[in-house]
Design a protein around this ligand. Structure first.
Ligand code: OGA
Ligand code: MN
Length: 285
């Protein structure tokens, strides 16, 4: 039996009595899967997984996404969230790796810029700074529940345009290469998702979302900004303070997250992410 201890009233639970460096039996995985459906973010401490073990655990949830063009590890199943270069040295402040960390510090949901967005992401803390670099999470199911009824009626059925460029341009409009622009053109996503495990609705927006189909662009942008302001109220937010060997897995269908800044020149941070693919587009063609 695993132990499940909620870390926040609306999102997240710590899971103990499990060793993710070893293959999990089906009964244990079923308990983890049930906790995931309910809590959206699961925190495991003291899990010194290597890349293979992290991939093996992640694959229990489903097939993995392939790391996109232009990112370190492109074509593989690992994403590197780090201020270190391949030789382990800290990169200078203007480096792409830092721009990517800054883009991750905008509230987002992983790969909503893909037609079939990610179902879940698992992040392991291999090297974590002694201060800063927390990861914040919120439940977009809780956000949906608390929206005024008239707003829910207005939003249901809406479609938003999402793009990788929309989040990157907030950091540096020049940071994407032509190949990246080509690889990740804007896509449509429903604004309200229904969670397949529970039937609950969840607001689906954040930093990749630029505007709303059928609304003048400025009006859509303003509505998205108002919704983000509502959604990111502190009462919704769980702040995860990393310890080395923590592994956190989250449900991208019903959460948003962001990485907090840290002293990029003073501390090392080396995190590995595996991303579990979604199974279908959110919109009918
Ligand atoms: C991610 C991400 C935030 C962080 O890995 O998808 O957004 O704190 N990470 O590293
Ligand atoms: Mn992310």
């Amino acid at each position: 039996m695993i132990q499940v201890r909620p870390v926040h009233p609306m999102v997240g639970a710590e899971i103990s009595s499990v060793d993710l460096t070893r293959p999990l039996d089906d009964a244990t995985f079923a308990e983890i899967r049930a906790a995931f459906a309910r809590h959206s973010v699961l925190v495991f401490h003291d899990q010194p997984v290597d890349d293979e073990q992290q991939m093996a655990f992640s694959r229990r949830f489903g097939p993995l996404e392939v790391t996109k063009v232009g990112s370190r590890g492109a074509g593989g199943h690992l994403a590197f969230i780090t201020n270190l270069d391949e030789s382990g040295k800290r990169v200078p402040l203007g480096h792409r790796a830092i721009l990517n960390l800054k883009a991750n510090s905008l509230w987002h949901t992983d790969s909503s810029f893909k037609k079939v967005p990610a179902m879940a992401s698992a992040l392991s803390g291999r090297i974590v700074p002694p201060e800063g670099a927390e990861t914040e999470f919120l439940s977009t199911r809780a956000v949906w529940r608390e929206l005024p009824e008239a707003m829910k009626r207005r939003l249901d059925g809406m479609v938003a345009w999402h793009s990788y460029f929309n989040s990157r341009r907030q950091i540096d409009p020049e940071m994407m290469t032509a190949a990246e622009h080509q690889a990740v053109p804007p896509v449509r996503q429903v604004l309200v998702r229904v969670h397949p495990d529970t039937g609950e609705k969840a607001l689906y927006i954040a930093s990749h979302a630029s505007h709303i189909e059928g609304l003048p662009e400025a009006e859509g942008r303003a509505l998205l900004a108002d919704l983000m302001e509502f959604a990111t109220d502190r009462r919704f937010v769980y702040t995860h303070r990393w310890k080395q060997h923590d592994l956190v897995i989250w449900d991208n269908r019903c959460t948003m997250h962001r990485g907090r800044p840290f002293d990029y020149e003073r501390y090392d941070r080396y995190m590995i992410r595996t991303t579990i693919a979604g199974d279908a587009p959110t919109v009918a063609e």
